[in-house]
Write a protein that binds this ligand. Structure first.
Ligand code: PHE
Length: 339
């Protein structure tokens, strides 16, 4: 009997199933009604009293070994990769849910697509910048408030290293390295030292554009922006320009688009005016061209810049900027069906 028990113990240790069905077969062969262990217990009844203690202990050890082995094999099987489990056709399928694009990426991609159709290329640049590329080359006066720590995050105040406050810094880098014609859009993350609220955030995204060539005029700017507005907000969209000021453009303007929610009739989103502000723009100031090594006698250009969060808010009727940064799936999964 001892030999039989030892033999069975070896079988248990050596057992290696190829499928989950084999584990079940093994369980029945060992622990089933007509299994090996019950047979042993049957035989055990005939054993003389003086040997009962020793043999009983051995049989129990064997039984525990079988149970442990089966439990371990089952656990391994559950964790095994799908390739090994393919034989189990009754297993419920696993549902891999595809993620959705963030609304900011969707709108940024759409803006890029529209301008690419007008012949623009896309350029990116560093988020940590120096004073020259963010302010000085762009004609900001030395005492301009944007250079203050209240408005700008400085990484190293002494060496004037800072987080870019707009992606115009990329345009400076392009102008420094390339002669016209230049036709480029610059998407990216920007940083401003603002208190976070429904209408303002210290991190947001911009897409800025720049077009420089001979004889570029304000009329070209207007037509390009009109094309963009119609592509983004629909064929009925109208635009208007309001005079404004930026250090790097002259003349400068702010662009409004007709409110796409009330079609210009006036609602609470456009505060009854029928118009929504979408971007700043203007003709590149000759000082900026010269600072970047471009002949301002020969070339003219226009630039524009818009906030991606703002365009997405207007397009999708989003009321609170903070939603973009909270990663709440109830918000994000609404953009499931948008390509
Ligand atoms: N850089 C400006 C901003 O961040 C936007 C702008 C770009 C305005 C180009 C005019 C021309 O607000």
């Amino acid at each position: 009997m001892i030999d039989k028990i030892n033999q069975l113990l070896e079988t248990v240790q050596a057992f290696q199933p190829a499928t989950s069905a084999e584990i079940e077969e093994f369980r029945i062969r060992m622990l089933g009604k007509k299994g090996a262990l019950n047979a042993l217990f049957e035989e055990f009844k005939q054993v003389s009293v003086d040997r009962k203690k020793e043999l009983g202990g051995r049989i129990n050890t064997l039984k525990m070994a079988v149970q442990d082995k089966i439990a371990a094999l089952k656990a391994d099987w559950e964790n095994a990769d799908t390739e090994q489990r393919n034989d189990d056709l009754s297993r419920p399928g696993s549902n891999d849910r595809l993620g959705t694009r963030h609304p900011i990426s969707l709108v940024k991609n759409q803006i890029e697509e529209i301008f690419k159709r007008l012949g623009y290329t896309v350029a990116e640049g560093p988020e940590i910048e120096d004073d020259w590329h963010v302010f000085s080359a762009l004609n900001f006066a030395p005492e301009h408030p944007a250079r203050d720590m209240q408005d700008t995050f400085f990484v190293d105040k002494e060496n004037e290293i800072l987080l870019r406050t707009h992606t115009s810094s990329i345009q400076v880098r392009i102008m420094e390295n390339q002669q016209p014609p230049i036709r480029v859009i610059c998407p990216g993350r920007v940083f401003r030292n603002e208190a976070i609220s429904a209408r303002a955030h210290c991190i947001f995204h911009q897409v800025e554009g720049l077009y420089i060539d001979e004889n570029v005029s304000f009329a070209d700017l207007k037509q390009s922006i009109l094309y963009f507005a119609k592509e983004m907000f629909g064929e009925e969209a109208r635009i208007r320009f309001r005079p404004s000021y930026f250090p790097f453009t002259e003349p400068s303007a702010e662009v409004d688009v007709s409110c796409n929610l009330c079609a210009g009739a006036g609602c609470n989103v456009c505060k009854g005016t029928g118009w929504l502000e979408i971007m700043g723009c203007g003709m590149v100031d000759p000082h900026v061209l010269e600072a970047c090594g471009i002949d301002s006698q020969k070339y003219t250009g226009f630039a524009f810049g818009m906030g991606v969060e703002r365009i997405a808010m207007l397009k999708y009727g989003i009321r609170d900027l903070r939603l973009y940064f909270e990663n709440d799936l109830r918000f994000l999964s609404q953009f499931d069906s948008v390509i």
